[in-house]
Write a protein that binds this ligand. Structure first.
Ligand code: TRP
Length: 404
């Protein structure tokens, strides 16, 4: 078994079992107000940190300043990113692969983040992007009927398109549709399934004897888009490696994929890992589409947005104005400040806000107002973009075809 596969749930040492955070593809919980300890997670998963040196190389190779989501360390970990940069430098092709498990009719604010970075990467590298909607996964894991999950996939696809993807370079597919459309995809699923034992997925994902068989087999479906031959319309039968931007909780799927790939004649996919987008109530949990009060949906009205932030956004401020002026606020746990790190790309402004809140000059209500004023145009713009996505546009994105 390769090094990557041995980093699994069952092989945790006693010390690691006492570790406060729990992270797998379906659950993320941390005991600390500042959220998951990401350095420990890198060690546990065996990935690599995105350090300043790699960031400078990234900027040098792409000839662009790194996106603030990279600069501010929201994308913080990787596997083999330097190999992708080497390819780009020498003009060799690669593609981007990402995905979304549709579990609600509307996406939330946190979902925009990885897609924002994907769009930026697509533009910077000028490469094809495939986006998998795992309606099958959500049917198996949630209390959802096949038809419901499929409907959510189509609705989510519109929210994803609204992030600005280039139709000439992007293919979005629902597993329910595409697996019946191209036998090449299913053949790759079987090639992968042939390489992984029940014991291995038990270790990687924590499955047990009473896990339904659909779940046990599913990881191969999420692995298959990392093989370019799963998309004959895009790549023909060429074997081209990919870069997968994803939240770190998806790493178990891709550790498995990276273990299997060389055994069936493919390059290992490279990975770019993000942190989690915190819930309104604080960084102990991530924002979740199935929990309305922890969540800002991309279709919330400006009024709902304002109310949710004022009512629920966890504050790092003090109990009274007097105390706050004296002691100051704690930006590390303050959700309004944390959200600004994602959505305010002006570094100087952000730094001023941090200083003023920390010193007590800026009050919690004022900070919340800055967040509301920053997010309102983001939501309004998203909703305008989405309203323009007709069924024809959706169909175009979801039709297997040659990409530029
Ligand atoms: N399993 C992911 C989810 O539940 C969806 C997904 C499929 C994905 N393929 C991916 C996410 C590739 C990131 C990269 O959201």
């Amino acid at each position: 078994m390769s090094g990557e596969l041995s980093n699994n749930i069952r092989s945790l040492s006693i010390d690691e079992k006492e570790y406060d955070d729990f992270v797998d593809p379906w659950n993320v919980v941390s005991k600390a107000d500042t959220g998951v300890d990401y350095d420990k997670l890198i060690k546990r998963f065996g990935s690599s940190k995105i350090d300043d040196e790699l960031l400078s190389r990234f900027e040098k190779v792409t000839n662009k300043p790194a996106h603030h989501l990279l600069r501010r360390g929201f994308f913080f970990s990787h596997r083999d990113l330097q190999l992708i940069l080497n390819r780009y430098e020498t003009g060799k092709p690669f593609y981007l692969y990402t995905g979304r498990g549709p579990s609600s009719l509307s996406m939330h604010l946190g979902h925009l983040i990885p897609f924002t970075l994907c769009k930026w990467l697509q533009d910077v590298f000028n490469v094809p992007l495939v986006i998998q909607l795992t309606d099958d996964e959500k049917t198996l894991w949630k209390d959802l009927k096949v038809e419901e999950a499929y409907k959510m996939a189509l609705e989510n696809a519109k929210d994803i398109i609204a992030c600005g993807f280039n139709v000439n370079k992007t293919f979005i597919f629902s597993d329910f549709t595409y697996l019946g459309q191209r036998s090449e995809f299913y053949r790759n699923v079987i090639r992968i399934q042939k390489c992984v034992t029940f014991n291995q997925v038990k270790g990687i994902f924590g499955f047990d004897d009473s896990t339904v068989i659909g779940k046990i087999a599913f990881p191969a479906v999420q692995a298959a888009p990392a093989l370019s031959t799963s998309f004959p319309d895009i790549f023909g039968d060429k074997k081209i490696p990919c870069l997968i931007p994803c939240a770190i909780d998806q790493d178990p799927y891709f550790r498995m994929t990276r273990d299997v790939c060389p055994r069936i004649g493919f390059d290992k996919p490279a990975l770019l890992h993000s942190k989690f987008f915190p819930a309104l109530q604080g960084a102990k949990t991530k924002m979740s589409a199935s929990e309305a009060n922890s969540t800002i949906y991309v279709n919330d009205t400006p009024k709902q947005l304002k109310n949710k932030i004022n009512k629920y956004a966890f504050s790092g401020g003090q109990a009274t104005v007097e105390e706050h002026r004296e002691i100051g606020g704690n930006c590390d746990v303050d959700i309004s400040y944390q959200y600004l790190r994602f959505f305010l790309d002006d570094d100087d402004k952000l730094e001023q806000i941090r200083k003023d809140y920390t010193s007590g000059k800026l009050l919690t209500g004022e900070l919340k107002k800055i967040l509301i004023d920053t997010l309102t145009p983001v939501l309004v713009q998203h909703q305008e973009n989405r309203a323009k996505i007709t069924d024809d546009v959706l169909e175009k994105f979801m039709t297997p075809r040659k990409l530029l």
